[in-house]
Design a protein around this ligand. Structure first.
Ligand SMILES: Nc1ncnc2c1ncn2[C@@H]1O[C@H](COP(=O)(O)OP(=O)(O)OP(=O)(O)O)[C@@H](O)[C@H]1O
Length: 216
């Protein structure tokens, strides 16, 4: 099976001299296309930093990052972020001035995907009747479902999720996680998920504990 993500010898330090913080050192892993990886580790171990590197928002000091066979040094990161990499954060990153349906349409159109399927994604995520509402008119769980609808409407090859259920109560978090893993399986995209929650991590096929690594 080919790789969605391959990372080798990755090193990342913030700051210089006495104030330098070595966050990631000699990090390597391979994520086969269609599979899932949980990033774990204590606060400050570099989970968000690694996700930022994997969507081209942070430079590395050494090592290689390869996404879908494209070398990170020469990759067209804006195009990858627009069309192939979907990102989900702890708080749903919806535009407050657009309805839920228009948020999904906007994300789909950026990725060149048909807007006609957007209502379908809201329905799949069980918020089909809320498309006309604005983000501040729905619950946190419903906003996070809308964030998932946005990501799946772009038909991504890779989803990067940073504590995607971290702001939700346990029941709602479980429901949103169920949707995320169900749709990831159905669509065959790859998933890298940063979490402090061992139950959520256990649902991924691989786990990488950054907190148990030297330099991490
Ligand atoms: N732009 C930056 N400049 C300097 N230091 C940074 C920067 N971004 C992150 N750091 C530091 O790098 C380390 C890793 O941060 P990161 O946010 O990746 O951790 P994390 O594992 O995601 O933490 P959490 O679980 O709390 O979200 C921390 O010590 C943080 O203070």
């Amino acid at each position: 099976m080919h790789s969605a993500v391959n990372v080798s010898g990755l090193r990342k330090t913030f700051g210089q001299g006495d104030s330098a913080v070595a966050v990631l050192s000699d990090l390597g892993f391979d994520l086969p296309a269609g599979s899932s990886l949980a990033l774990m580790g204590r606060s400050g171990s570099g989970k968000s930093t690694l996700l930022n590197i994997l969507c081209g928002l942070e430079q590395v000091d050494a090592g290689t990052v390869t996404l879908f066979g494209e070398c990170g040094r020469t990759a067209d990161w804006p195009r990858l972020r627009r069309e192939r990499i979907g990102v989900v954060f702890q708080e749903a990153n919806l535009m407050p001035t657009l309805s839920l349906l228009d948020n999904v349409r906007f994300r789909a159109s950026l990725a060149g995907q048909p807007e006609t399927r957007c209502q379908h994604w809201l329905e799949v995520l069980d918020i089909g009747e809320l498309g006309h509402r604005f983000p501040d008119q729905v619950s946190g769980g419903q906003r996070q479902r809308a964030a998932l609808a946005m990501v799946f409407a772009m038909a991504p090859d890779l989803i990067l999720a940073d504590e995607p259920t971290g702001s939700l109560d346990r029941n709602t978090a479980n429901e949103v996680a169920d949707e995320l893993f169900r749709l990831q399986g159905d669509t065959g995209c790859s998933l890298i998920l940063a979490t402090h929650d061992p139950e959520l991590a256990a649902r991924c096929q691989q786990t990488l504990d950054l907190g148990h690594r030297s330099g991490g």
